[in-house]
Design a protein around this ligand. Structure first.
Ligand SMILES: *Cc1c(COP(=O)(O)O)cnc(C)c1O
Length: 340
């Protein structure tokens, strides 16, 4: 297993140029005043497919030899990676087979099929999705592209942080939403290449701190499926490549509660006018709760995705009694803005 490096990151950036959105970087005076920090929000909720996952998926498929690409790809995911693979494969002319739980939300199944992916359903309680993925790969000659434990997926994910550093210069801290560790590992590689004094922190749900436990133990720790509203971070363990990169290059991993996620979603909606999914608010919640001490620092915050059913979003934020008044002081500091 080959760890990704800065060359892979550069190659990913070249493949994604003109294909991925160069997402905006926003600032908010209220957020800065409340945290005492200078916060720069990299808005991957506005990425194609609604999450940063497009970067890794597209990069991994584009990196395949032409013959493998033509034969097709397979993945297992119930979330943003499924849609990212389906969309990327259709852009690159590769057939895509997505293994999804039969009880996945109808909207997610429809979105994946809408991007042209062939959906293969499995029973979440009986079947092993990874085994089904491997079997399909074997039978049909497809290339398996897992959601995070893959060098090209990590390198692709890292291009979001790369753009952030290009946009705002060096940072003291970078906070990153953490599930299986693709985005955090990629961001840590980007920091090492461009802003080497920047401390990169992964942020995971308090209900599932397997990443934190793994760093403490010095090996990957697997936990039961955590009960959290952050459905994109309900991973049971870090990937092996991800763990290696994170333990060598990241400063550490902190956790935030579901309540803190809801407050962050509410703040971002009220003050910054954006819909962010619970998992996408992990890093912002860490800044707002000072899970990582941010006061007096220049801090990057990756907002990783915005795919949440609006009814669910409304229910979650109406449970919180955040005391922020309406208004907006959000500022787009990007030079590029949302361009293709
Ligand atoms: C997948 C996902 C994450 C977690 O990313 P990993 O690379 O698995 O750590 C965070 N936020 C969103 C919105 C996601 O879709």
């Amino acid at each position: 297993m080959q760890l990704p490096d800065s060359k892979d990151l550069k190659a990913a950036a070249a493949r994604l140029a003109g294909v991925a959105h160069r997402t905006p970087v926003l600032t908010s005076r209220t957020a800065d005043a409340a945290s005492g920090a200078q916060l720069f929000f990299k808005c991957e909720n506005l990425q194609r497919g609604g999450a940063f996952k497009f970067r890794g998926a597209y990069n991994a498929i584009a990196a395949l030899p032409a013959a493998s690409r033509a034969a097709g790809v397979v993945t297992y995911s119930s979330g943003n990676h499924a849609q990212a693979i389906a969309l990327s494969a259709s852009l690159l002319g590769a057939p895509a087979c997505i293994v999804m739980p039969a009880d996945a939300p109808a909207a997610k199944l429809a979105a994946t099929r809408g991007y042209g992916g062939e959906v293969v359903l499995y029973d979440r309680f009986r079947d092993d999705r990874e085994a089904i993925g491997r079997q399909l790969a074997h039978e049909r000659g497809l290339t398996l592209i897992p959601p995070y434990d893959h060098a090209d997926v990590i390198a692709g994910a890292g291009t979001a942080a790369l753009e952030l550093f290009e946009e705002v210069g060096e940072l003291d801290l970078l906070l990153v939403c953490l599930g299986g560790g693709g985005l955090t590992a990629g961001s840590a590689l980007a920091a090492a290449a461009i802003s080497p004094r920047c401390a990169v922190w992964g942020v995971e749900p308090a209900a599932g701190n397997d990443g934190q436990q793994s760093l403490a133990a010095g090996r990957v720790i697997k936990i039961e499926v955590p009960q959290t509203i952050a459905d994109g971070a309900q991973t049971q363990r870090l990937g092996d490549l991800n763990f290696e990169v994170i333990r060598h290059r990241a400063a550490g991993i902190v956790t935030v509660s579901d309540d803190a996620l809801i407050s962050a979603m509410r703040f971002i909606a009220e003050r910054m006018k954006m819909v962010v999914e619970p998992t996408g608010a992990l890093a912002a919640a860490a800044a707002f709760t000072a899970a990582v001490p941010v006061a007096g620092r220049r801090v990057g915050v990756i907002v990783s995705g915005g795919n949440v059913d609006l009814t669910r979003f409304a229910r979650l934020v109406s449970e919180s009694s955040g005391a922020v008044s309406a208004g907006s002081d959000v500022c787009d500091v990007s030079s590029a803005g949302l361009t293709r």
